[in-house]
Design a protein around this ligand. Structure first.
Ligand SMILES: NC(=O)c1ccc[n+]([C@@H]2O[C@H](COP(=O)([O-])OP(=O)(O)OC[C@H]3O[C@@H](n4cnc5c(N)ncnc54)[C@H](O)[C@@H]3O)[C@@H](O)[C@H]2O)c1
Length: 428
């Protein structure tokens, strides 16, 4: 069997490897020629994905990469894993999905299955994507070609999260479309979960991510309420976790990050407006989570005040630029927001992240492009007035941090297990 995976990012690359591992020949298609070049020479560009695995399948001719969409004509199925960000006005931007549809359509052979995996609002697959595929191919979905939606559930850098082992929800445009998609994924994934439509599958993914966003907002709010009462939210969560039923721990932080949780809920909020339905939980969670960086800056100010220092003119080190521990992904990272807020208030800001030695150009934080991570040594770390831990990478030596610096603002409870003098750590 031959398939194509379009979009070779954090989702598409591991998925391609899993299909290749399952004896399916995969053509990876991406608009980024650098990624295509790296894959073709057996190199990974994602830290937690091994170059060795890519090289092995490229050598065995089970996996190849190209920018050429005409290769679609030779495959039985096309899986789309392209970005679904928000526009500047925080509305869904499905242009990547639609452009991909337009590029695929002219090359679609009769009987091909097209599956969308990108997170999006209900109706994208059977309405928006279907329209561009039908228009560009002159064929009918459900009749001449098959169409399905199956959301990705990738959890980068989680060792337990193997593509093969994560159950895959699948919705088809017609019962036959569903059957085709089940047959495809069953070859590579242990458990498939069929649902009645593409829209149910799209809505399932949104429920999963909104659930996280709302629960993170809850603990973020409780963090500041309990802090005012002199109670440590982290200790409370550890105790609550011992309840064997009806409780699931979520952890506070400096704000939401990544390509999913800060973005996906607003796909539903936008679509719900079409139906005249308010999305109060989504909006409230968004409001609380977005306010977290301001809360953290207040704590930095208090911590410096306690040392008779002002934020204006202080040297602050932000530890952890990635949006979550142990990854090199800094998309939507709250660390950027913290760095901007600190700079606006007159602080001199540097960062340390062993996984991100230099900041790549981004649309939102173009002024930070080219900035380099500081070195990890006593003299450098000691030179800062305060250190703000924004992400708790496992490889950072927190004991050295405790020994080398006078003032630590900790948003991740990273100092919980190190020996540190009283008064040095400010939880935020
Ligand atoms: N990263 C995650 O952990 C995760 C988890 C679950 C779901 N998702 C969802 O999966 C989708 C993809 O996310 P990602 O993290 O892999 O994004 P990514 O940015 O890492 O990768 C997307 C890839 O698509 C390519 N691309 C963009 N436009 C294209 C086009 N027109 N044709 C071909 N290739 C194109 C880009 O060059 C890039 O390589 C998003 O909808 C995201 O919300 C991501």
């Amino acid at each position: 069997m031959k398939i194509a995976v379009v979009g070779l990012g954090y989702v598409g690359l591991p998925l391609s490897l899993q299909f290749a591992r399952s004896c399916i020949t995969v053509t990876g298609i991406d608009v980024d020629p650098n990624k295509v070049e790296l894959i073709s020479t057996g190199q990974s560009y994602i830290r937690h994905i091994d170059s060795q695995a890519i090289a092995e399948f490229v050598d065995a001719e089970k996996f190849s990469a190209t920018t050429d969409f005409s290769r679609i004509k030779d495959v039985e199925a096309v899986i789309i894993c392209v970005p679904t960000p928000l526009t500047k006005n925080r509305e869904p931007d499905i242009s990547f999905v639609l452009n991909t549809g337009r590029s695929i359509a002219p090359h679609l052979a009769e009987g091909t299955l097209v599956v969308l995996e990108s997170t999006t609002y209900p109706g994208t697959t059977d309405e928006d994507l279907r329209a561009v595929l039908e228009e560009g191919s002159g064929m009918k979905a459900g009749v001449d070609f098959h169409l399905a939606f199956s959301p990705e559930r990738e959890d980068p850098a989680n060792d337990q999260s193997k593509v093969k082992l994560i159950p895959k929800v699948i919705g088809g445009y017609t019962p036959t479309c569903l059957e085709r998609a089940i047959a495809l994924y069953s070859r590579a994934i242990d458990t498939v979960v069929p649902v009645s439509s593409c829209r149910v599958a799209e809505a399932t993914k949104l429920l999963e991510n909104i659930f996280r966003s709302v629960n993170i907002a809850l603990v973020n709010e409780l963090k500041s309420i309990y802090a005012a009462m002199g109670i440590d939210i982290w200790e409370v969560i550890e105790a609550a976790k011992t309840k064997p039923f009806g409780f699931m721990p979520f952890y506070p932080g400096p704000g939401l990050g990544g390509h999913c949780i800060p973005i996906d809920p607003f796909y539903l909020a936008w679509k719900a407006r079409e139906f005249g339905k308010p999305t109060r939980f989504i909006e409230l969670a968004g409001e609380i989570n977005t306010a977290m960086p301001d809360y953290v800056i207040q704590r930095v100010t208090q911590a410096l005040n306690s040392q008779r220092k002002t934020l204006n003119g202080s040297k602050i080190l932000v530890v952890g630029l990635a949006y979550k521990p142990n990854v090199d992904d800094e998309r939507e990272s709250p660390s950027y927001v913290l760095m901007n807020l600190l700079t606006e208030r007159g602080a001199e800001v540097e960062y340390y992240d062993p996984y991100i030695p230099v900041i790549k150009p981004t649309r939102e934080h173009s002024h930070l492009a080219g900035k380099r991570s500081v070195q990890w040594d006593h003299a450098t770390i000691k030179s800062f007035d305060a250190v703000l831990v924004a992400t708790d990478h496992k490889c950072v030596n927190y004991q050295e941090l405790a020994d080398w610096t006078q003032c630590i603002i900790d948003t991740r409870n990273s100092m919980a297990f190190v020996k540190v003098a009283p008064g040095k750590v400010w939880k935020a």
